[in-house]
Design a protein around this ligand. Structure first.
Ligand code: XAF
Length: 240
């Protein structure tokens, strides 16, 4: 991945996004409002508009028992599982395999009435980061999805409006070893998930409609995605 033309951008965006994801809601600047809560899952957004378009940054935090950060990032990054958990996906193509940790995607998603259908082209990079707080603790895993251009798929040349997104999924695994020295099992692991996203809808869409969609779709996505991983991993060895 080091020699690819996108590498400098990927490295810069990943460092930026991870720094943002690591900041707590308090430090992240004011204006975050909690808009959804379900058990351990908390969803925050900031209301921001750009040229009259809603570009609300979103930050979701969740703690899930029985899975690890590597597993969460693996199922988020790997294309073959995406149709299982991404309910609004209509079409997904891998445009380029830049390296084993970096892919380029083209996706079209189901239309949100009354706006026109959206598509997106983005690079996706998975990376393990050292756990700065606890040297011998489990590593942090992250996937960053960032809109990019591709010569064969120019924006807005067909039925879809091209959206622009920047997404960071950052996961911190926690291990609580069993007291009685029995081997580690899934009861002893949990994962703190931080999902940050900024989506520019790319063309006009009513603010009220977009905010209603986000309010409904984001909690649904994170609950369905984490339930999917629990189900996929329950009888498999733990991936650290
Ligand atoms: C989870 C969610 C939030 C907000 C809106 C929607 C949604 N509802 N109907 C259509 C969409 C839609 C339209 C365009 C998109 F690019 C994505 C989109 C969302 C997430 C990601 S990702 O990078 O987080 C995961 C990879 O698919 C990529 C594209 C989703 N879904």
């Amino acid at each position: 991945a080091c020699q690819h033309r996108l590498w400098p951008e990927i490295d810069k965006v990943v460092q930026q996004q991870v720094a943002m994801a690591r900041m707590g809601i308090g430090e992240c600047g004011s204006g975050w409002q909690l808009f959804a809560e379900d058990g351990e899952m908390k969803m925050y957004r900031r209301e921001e508009e750009l040229d009259g378009m809603v570009v609300d940054p979103l930050k979701a935090v969740h703690v899930v028992k029985g899975i690890t950060g590597h597993e969460v990032c693996h199922y988020f990054f790997t294309p073959q599982y995406r149709y299982d958990w991404e309910t609004t996906l209509e079409q997904m193509n891998v445009l380029e395999t830049i390296s084993d940790d970096t892919l380029m995607f083209m996706q079209t998603h189901k239309r949100i009435w009354p706006a026109s259908q959206r598509d997106v082209v983005f690079w996706s990079h998975i990376r393990k980061l050292p756990n700065e707080k606890d040297r011998d603790g489990p590593d942090i895993w992250t996937v960053v999805n960032n809109s990019t251009e591709h010569p064969d798929y120019p924006a807005n040349n067909g039925k879809c409006v091209r959206i622009f997104l920047k997404v960071c999924l950052m996961c911190q695994t926690r291990v609580d070893p069993p007291k009685d020295g029995t081997p580690l099992s899934r009861e002893n692991v949990s994962c703190k998930i931080t999902y940050c996203s900024v989506v520019n809808p790319g063309g006009w869409a009513p603010a009220s409609v977009l905010r209603a969609v986000y309010k409904r779709e984001y909690p649904k996505f994170l609950k369905r995605f984490t339930a999917y991983i629990i189900n996929q991993t329950k009888n498999k060895p733990i991936m650290f």
